[in-house]
Design a protein around this ligand. Sequence first.
Ligand code: ATP
Length: 214
Amino acid sequence: MEVIEPLTKPMTQFSLGLTGGIGSGKTTVANYFAQLGAGIIDTDAIAHALTAPNGLAITAIRASFGNDFISESGAMDRQKMRDQVFSSASQKQLLESILHPLIRQECEAAASALREHHPYLIFVIPLLVESGFWVESLDQILVVDCEQATQIQRVMARNGLPQEQVSRIIASQVPRSERLAVADDVINSDRDLSQVRLEVEKLHEKYINLALFR
Ligand code: ATP
């Protein structure tokens, strides 16, 4: 998962950051907003596409890190790169210096493409709080929140991971309290999906109004 730096300038359209810990329900909530008409920009998918086969970052990664870091498929070798940046801060910086400008560029391009078709935009940013900067480019922040036990149970069921591994991932993310501290609104995803959907509908009305008077 990529920690992303802010856009180069504030968005010209009402823009919301949607965040939450692993398995908290971000995608579920984003899908509900999309059904109501919000424009969704999935920053993780953008970051991933850059290092997929023929991704925009591949040429620069090959030039800076060498062929060894590009797999046969033409994608970045994620495991190898993970090990590399884990053991060296300068290598991590080098990778980020390639990826971050491209992520910003692709987010801005996605926002421009969606702008005319949606009343407001939602950037889904798993590591919004960890990045610390996104906050400046966004009008509001919506946090999807649930008990840690719920996160563990849902990710174990969805990904077939052992409990310890899910707990380790949760421990590597910011604590719940830090996420909640930056939230303008919170959706509690411990509740059943029909209640989550109702919360989304209420917030959609709010965001439509905020977008009108921005
Ligand atoms: P990740 O951080 O891993 O991308 P996420 O925050 O996008 O996850 P989702 O993929 O939306 O989370 O949800 C995780 C799992 O929990 C999914 O299988 C989803 O169907 C389920 N889920 C989400 N919200 C609820 C809910 N309120 N009730 C029951 N199941 C839910």
